[in-house]
Design a protein around this ligand. Structure first.
Ligand SMILES: N[C@@H](CCC(=O)N[C@@H](CS)C(=O)NCC(=O)O)C(=O)O
Length: 236
């Protein structure tokens, strides 16, 4: 059994979707990031970067002590290796998928996150920041559209896998980013295909009611965008 420490957000959905795709049994342990639960000592012991999601696998490959993991890219590789699915095992196939996973982790996720922040949540609208992240967001969408045009199927080729799972939830934010998929026909085609998968729909439903109940109130803003509690400051 796997414990999934998560909250319904793009990064959280990556892992609930992967677990649903793989049919692995898991229990959701909600971490309300609007209420600062990502800073509790118990959660930090699993996820030292105070970010969701994280997991604890009580039945790791080869047995032994429960295994904890954080950072969605690493978690997706872990789940794929545990099951032998969603990531090719031959070196060429594997190293065709991994660059796109890294591209999402180092580019698409952080840049869209910053774009969304400056566009929607920053207390003052800073045109330079909004323009810079919008340009980068559009550039990354163009890169993805070009790749999907070349493969004609999924991000890394003919097979659906962890690169698609990592990228898809971030493309779900396109409206919040002020974008329309009409401008990127290959993303639009791929998006509809991935969105229609039953496991994707189940993964997106995980914790949905919790998200509905949580608003962007003052405490949420403080926990997400303010100074972290003193206990997590560097050097303490
Ligand atoms: N690189 C991390 C990013 C995780 C991340 O940013 N998670 C967000 C939710 S989407 C979070 O936990 N935010 C809490 C906070 O900002 O305090 C990963 O891929 O796991």
């Amino acid at each position: 059994m796997i414990d999934l420490y998560s909250w319904p957000t793009p990064n959280g959905w990556k892992i609930s979707i992967a677990l649903e795709e793989l049919g692995l049994p898991y229990t959701l342990k909600p971490v309300n990031i609007g209420r600062g639960e990502q800073f509790t000592p118990d959660f930090l012991a699993i996820s030292p970067n105070n970010r969701i999601p994280a997991l604890v696998d009580h039945d790791p490959p080869g047995g032994g002590a429960p295994f904890a993991s954080f950072e969605t890219g690493a978690m997706l590789v872990y789940l794929a290796e545990k099951t032998g699915r969603l990531l090719p095992t031959d070196w060429r196939g594997r190293h065709t998928v991994l660059p796109w996973l890294m591209w999402q982790m180092g580019g698409l996720g952080p840049m869209l996150g910053q774009h969304g922040h400056f566009r929607l949540y920053a207390p003052e609208k800073i045109p330079y920041a909004i323009d810079r992240y919008e340009r980068e967001t559009r550039r990354l969408y163009g890169v993805l559209d070009g790749q999907l045009g070349r493969t004609g199927a999924y991000v890394a080729g003919d097979d659906y896998g962890i690169a698609d799972i990592a990228i898809f939830p971030w493309t779900m934010t396109h409206k919040a980013q002020g974008l329309t998929l009409d401008d990127w026909p290959h993303i639009q085609r791929w998006y509809a295909t991935v969105r229609a998968r039953e496991a994707v729909q189940r993964g997106l439903a995980v914790g949905k009611d919790l998200r509905k109940a949580a608003g962007m109130d003052a405490e949420t803003r403080k926990n997400l965008f303010g100074t972290p509690p003193a206990a997590t400051q560097p050097g303490e």
